[in-house]
Each structure stands twice: as C-alpha cells, then as structure tokens.
Design a protein around this ligand. Structure first.
Ligand code: NFE
Ligand code: MG
Length: 504
C-alpha cells in the first residue's frame, strides 16, 4: 500500500510549493508538485505601455528581478529593432552577474546548507569570534522564549543525518553568517549601476540609464574582489565538504535527463554570442536550441485555455477547481519533453559546447576533487556543485566585463515604440531559462507571456501524463522515515525552486 506524504509548504525556498509523494516499499513511487496560488502578471500587463513591462515583470520576484527586467528589455528591443551599445551590454552583464552571486550564495547557505549542516552545533562554541558568539546568544534567547521543543529556532526542520563534527559545523555556521553580508554586498554592487536593488530602476530598452564613471567601476571592483574571495575561500570549499560528507546525494535526485539553456551574458551587441551558451542536451547529446519547439500544456493546471500552445500564442485563462488539475503552474515542454533548467543545465551545456576552456577546466577541477564524473552532476549534490562552480565563473567574468567599460561614454541608445510589433526576450535567470513573449498593438501590450525557470522545473504532468523534472527527480528517492522526509526536501531544494516566479 502506498503511504502518502504531504510536504506543505516546502520551507526554505522562494514562494509556496507543496509536494505530495506516494511511497511504496520505502521509495517514492509518484510525486506531485503543486503551486497553490494564482498571481496573474500576464493579465495585469495587457493593455499597458510596453515600457511598463520591465518594471512590472520585475515585481514577479524579489530574488531574480534583474532577469525578468532583462527578458523584458530584450523582448522590447526585438520589437523596436534596436540593440544596446557596448556600455549598455556590459553594465547589464554586471548587474545580472551580481544578481547571480547573491542568489547562489543565499541558496546554498541560507536555504539549502541547513539541510546538511547542524546549526544547533553553535551551542558547543567556546571561541572568541564576535559574530559566532552573538549568534550563539541569539539562539539561546530564541530557545528560552520558544514553546516548541528541540530544534527551535530552526523549525520546521527535519531530523536527519547532519554533517559530523562540531568544528566542521561551526566553520559552516561562520560562513552562513558571513554569507548574509556577502549577499548584501552583491546587492550594493549591482545597485551602483542598477540605481537600486532588488528591483532595478536603470534597465531600459537600448541599455541602462546609469552613467558609467571611474568611481563606480572602482567601487564595483572592490566589492567584487571581496565576493570572489568569499566564493573561493568559503563557498566552493563548503560545497566540497558537504559533497564529500553526503556522497549518496550524487546518486539521488536524478532529474528528467534533458537539459535546456537559452544562454546568458551577451558577448555581442545583438546577443548572438553569449558567455553561457544556449543549447539543449537530450539523451546525453548536445544539440542546438530552437525556440519554436517550446509549448505549454495545461491538462493538469488550473487553466481553461487550450493545451500545447506556443508562448507567442499563449493564453492565461484561470479556472480554479478544474477537475484533475493540481497546480497553478503550466507544463512547459520542448519537443514535447520535460527539460531541466538552471545552473546544472548551463554548466553542462557550456562544458559540452567546449567553447570556453575555463569552463572545462573549472568543471574538471571540481569533479576531480570530488572523484566524480560528469554523469554524477545529474543529481541533488551535482546541482549544488554546478551552482557553486558557475558562481565562481560568473564572478571571474564580472571582473573582465568591468575592465571593458568605457567611462564617460553613453550606456543606452534611443528608440521609438512602433504602433505594432512583437519580440521574444530569452535569457537566463539564476534558476534557469527565462523567456518573455511580447506583442504590441496600437502602442500597447496586446499579449505578454512568461515561461519561467521554475515553471520548467516544478511543472506538473503534461498532457501525455509525463511528470515534470522535480517530480521525476523525486520518483525513486528512498524515504527512511515518512514522518521526517528529509531526503525529499533535499532533492527538491537542490533545484532552488521559486514558486513566486513559477506561477507569475
Ligand atoms: Ni523568483 Fe526566478 C530565478 C526567474 S525562478 S527566482 O532565478 O525567472 O523561476
Ligand atoms: Mg506563463
């Protein structure tokens, strides 16, 4: 008999995700990812000035607003027939790059590492580090004032096999605390060119409205140096220790086996060359990405619109309570197949494309240290490793883009909005492939459709009944104790889901 486990909500992710799994003989036999709210951004955008889109779509999410703004200006640029100038392109890379750094750092330390490190080890700390002592005192007060038993204040949190050794845990806690500051630093660094963060003020079709000055370049450079040092000295080694401490997670959480990236970080004005290349991997083979192959199914989603539509013809007609439906996410498919998106997909595609020797070197180096092969990357722990490697690579590239800026020269070009037109903005958010499809009629937005990274990863079954990537990753996962399904939570968190984005 199948035993049903409801994890609702999955904590320490962005937004509200519920996961139901049915366990047979100790393993997940069926899994259902459920996005339980409707937001309606695609409907809000209809009838508005196209220029509102890069501001409104950024409100889809406070973690990856930069990517929504980017996708929006890219779609508009196609519709207006313009491309950004050099400074505009580079500044956008620098803002997006900084956003990757903050997103990857928060995901590892503050959302996921808590699955592996034992924050309660702080009670054993006897040293003189001020931040650790402050944290220890805070935990003490929380425990004293808490009516909930052991585990507080880190609840809800499953009992599990946490990292061994007080010293290892204390070091990780130290970096957990430093990570909070690093995340703020990445925001401040981006804000130099973004005007503000989380929601960027400076992004416009044609570039950015912030001026490029030597002062800003120097300030960004100083903060970037501190972040690169943290990534090299703490983030990468901590991911390595967690990976070494939990080898079984290289065998758990294998996804759908298909990977998709639209590519990001423009290396040419027309965005045809990108630092992280576009591509698909199907059945282990790298192939060219063709945007015409994207459709969205809605058989199991609370929408009454037609199934299998391409995003340019997409519709959003909500139908709460629809029979058989179990989520507000649509089910994006590529050539009818579920595709995993995110750092693992990007790194794998960049690695297999072989265009950048530094990517190959970074991945080979990481895998050698862990005594692993590229096949092991398709796993819960592989996703953490790929994300950390990507974080280092992007931080390194930010230094290069910063060097290429031309102080005093313009960072945007002029444009006029046509009476009618259309455009597609394809980029990469920290969590994966992000697309905005825009149509303009009578100078207003006639249609706006977003297909978002977590919509791909946490999608429900498609019309053929094939589960989405996270659902597939859960199937087969052993659950030792149905009352403490930490294995399922670790698998889901490895994808870094954002349900706020996914339902948009
Ligand atoms: Ni709300 Fe997002 C990223 C986008 S994920 S975090 O990264 O787009 O679906
Ligand atoms: Mg959508």
């Amino acid at each position: 008999m199948a035993e049903k486990i409801e994890i609702d909500p999955i904590t320490r992710i962005e937004g509200h995700l519920a996961v139901s799994v049915e366990v047979e003989e100790g393993r997940v036999a069926r899994a259902f990812c459920k996005g339980e709210m409707f937001r309606g951004f695609e409907l809000i955008l209809k009838g508005r000035d196209p220029l509102d889109a890069q501001q409104i779509t950024q409100r889809i999410c406070g973690v990856c607003p930069v990517s929504h703004g980017m996708a929006s200006v890219l779609a508009q640029e196609q519709a207006y027939g313009i491309t950004p100038n050099e400074n505009g392109r580079l500044v956008r890379n620098l803002i997006l790059g900084a956003n990757y750094l903050q997103s990857h750092i928060i995901h590892f330390y503050h959302l996921s590492a808590v699955d592996f490190i034992d924050l309660e080890a702080i009670a054993q700390y006897q040293g003189k580090d001020a931040a650790l002592n402050e944290f220890k005192a805070w935990v003490g007060t929380q425990k004293a004032s808490s009516v909930v038993a052991p585990g507080a204040p880190f609840l809800p949190r499953y009992a599990g096999d946490y990292l061994d050794g007080t010293d290892a845990n204390i070091t990780a806690i130290k970096h957990y605390l430093e990570g909070l500051r690093m995340r703020a630093l990445a925001h401040q660094m981006a804000a130099l060119f973004a005007g503000k963060l989380p929601h960027v003020a400076s992004l416009v079709p044609g570039g950015v409205t912030e001026r490029v000055t030597t002062q800003k370049i120097a300030a960004y450079g100083a903060m970037l140096q501190e972040l690169r040092s943290f990534i090299n000295r703490s983030y990468l080694p901590d991911v390595m220790s967690v990976a070494a401490g939990f080898p079984s997670y290289f065998k758990l959480g294998k996804g759908c086996g298909n990977f998709l990236a639209y590519g990001a970080f423009a290396e040419s004005a027309d965005n045809s060359r990108k630092y992280l290349p576009a591509g698909v991997v199907i059945g282990g083979r790298l192939a060219e990405f063709d945007p015409r192959q994207i459709t969205e199914d809605v058989k199991y989603s609370y929408y009454q619109s037609a199934s299998g539509l391409a995003p340019a013809a997409g519709q959003t007609v909500p139908r709460p309570g629809k029979p058989d439906a179990y989520t507000w996410l649509k089910a994006p498919r590529y050539k009818g197949m579920a595709m995993e998106v995110g750092p693992l997909s990007r790194i794998l595609i960049a690695y297999l494309s072989g265009t950048d020797p530094e990517v190959r070197q970074a991945v080979d180096h990481g895998l050698n240290q862990l005594n692993r092969s590229t096949e092991d990357l398709d796993s819960a722990m592989g996703r953490h490793a790929a994300r950390a490697i990507e974080c280092k690579l992007v931080a390194d590239q930010c230094a290069r883009w910063l060097d290429q800026l031309k102080p005093g020269e313009p960072a945007c070009v002029d444009f006029t909005i046509p009476r009618s037109g259309q455009g597609v903005g394809l980029c990469e958010a920290p969590r994966g492939a992000l697309g905005h499809w825009l149509a303009i009629d009578d100078y207003k937005i006639a249609s706006y459709q977003c297909v978002v990274p977590t919509t791909w990863n946490c999608s429900p079954k498609d019309d053929q009944g094939h589960p989405g990537p996270v659902e597939q990753a859960l199937i087969g996962t052993p659950i030792a104790n149905a009352a403490q399904p930490i294995e399922a939570a670790r698998v889901v968190r490895s994808f870094d889901p954002c349900l706020a984005c996914a339902v948009h």
